[in-house]
Design a protein around this ligand. Sequence first.
Ligand SMILES: Cc1cc2nc3c(=O)[nH]c(=O)nc-3n(C[C@H](O)[C@H](O)[C@H](O)COP(=O)(O)OP(=O)(O)OC[C@H]3O[C@@H](n4cnc5c(N)ncnc54)[C@H](O)[C@@H]3O)c2cc1C
Length: 466
Amino acid sequence: MEHYDLIVIGSGPAGRRAAIQAAKFGRDVLVVERGRRVGGVSVHTGTIPSKTLRETVLNLTGWRERGFYGSSYRVKQDLTAADLRARLHITLNHEVDVLEHQFSRNKVDTVRGEARFVESHMIEVEGDAGEILKYSADKFVIAVGTNPFRPGYVPFDGKFVLDSDEILDLGEIPRSIAVIGAGVIGVEYASIFSALDVHVTLIEPRETMLDFLDKELVADFTHQLRDRGIAMRFGAKVEAIEKHGSADCEIKLEGGRSVRSNVILFAAGRMGATPSLNLDSCGLSVDHRGRLKVDPETFQTEVSHIFAAGDVIGFPSLASTSMEQGRIASCHALGEAAHDPPEYFPYGIYAVPEISTVGMTEEEIKERGIPYECGVARFRETSRGHIMGLDTGMLKMIFSLKTRRLLGCHIVGEGATELVHIGQAVLNLRGTLEYFVENTFNYPTLAEAYKIAALDAWNRMPPLED
Ligand SMILES: Cc1cc2nc3c(=O)[nH]c(=O)nc-3n(C[C@H](O)[C@H](O)[C@H](O)COP(=O)(O)OP(=O)(O)OC[C@H]3O[C@@H](n4cnc5c(N)ncnc54)[C@H](O)[C@@H]3O)c2cc1C
């Protein structure tokens, strides 16, 4: 039986970073991955595929150019599901190739198979043919991620009623789709399908969506979705789902309404991929969503030599944060110095349009009783926006009246997930309104919206005291 300094279970963003960090400390590290190839949900069914699909849809439909050439403008007529998949495979292969190279360059051992604990310092790895290998280690990082939540009342069939993993294998582009769950994943896919001119209905049992975002931003986003013809059925639970035949699905909602569509995407939540780990044998337990509890600073579980990172520990469940968590978990597991994660991290939602946000929302600031002022810029106020033909898009910043520090930055529109990093830097470096007012921005850029929003706030702020 081989012994390692660290065994990492799962090769997604959290596991990958944990393993590479350990290897950089000169430790012997093994990554166990049950999937066919390394990369995790992020590379194979989540982040990268959905973002590649989005990019392909925006390119082939000519979405970004429609402001100039009209809504009937297309780069490619009669788009097929095969057109959408072609770019996906190329991108995924590149991603996996880079990861495999990273592992081999850093001398990280990998083994393919499903890991389960035998006791707290030992795991078994079961390969496809049922062969079993045993490994032991001083320390472990559990980075097994999540699987889509598949409740019993949903008649998943892999063809017309799909979860967010299966949607990528759609045989043809449907005429209509009903998306159940207006969380990040549901909203992203709903807006991507709508950009393909598929008739979309978004269903959510709560009255609101994306509650962790600034409400003004959600209102702007919701208006854009409605304006594009996305139907929203909010505030009603799904009572039943029926299939009447091929490509004819019916969702019965509480209150008597029903929604018919060719395809249903069920995107209401994910479950920690912990059932197969046999956690009882190492003294760990999980919550009702299969997630592990950790110390938020060290990522140590209740068993001192076992750490956990990524989606398996719950919010924020992002590839970006999972990577950092994996790295920090590895440092703590191996007794090496680790810096604390910064106070604010950005959140990116790759819907059409994009949303990105960092820092406090206006609602949080109000709740904390901090005196504040907001500044808003519309992308159509920038020259870059004119060149790009943008008539939507907004950037909102919130400043403290007392310290003039930036407290939150919220963007909806083209390039939001890139633009937000300017706000993030100023926020984490404790910058003030003056940074935006006094600095020069490239022209013409969408980043100029920062200056416009800052000046908008400045107009209403009391003068700077000497
Ligand atoms: C549709 C979708 C879109 C997303 N978009 C974004 C986005 O735009 N930006 C963003 O930051 N995040 C996004 N995310 C979230 C992101 O994908 C996750 O936060 C990230 O993948 C979590 O990384 P992880 O390392 O925790 O786990 P995962 O990426 O889930 O990897 C876990 C790995 O562990 C393996 N595993 C599980 N159990 C075992 C076992 N017993 N033995 C061996 N191996 C095992 C799995 O096979 C898997 O490969 C998206 C997610 C989805 C589903």
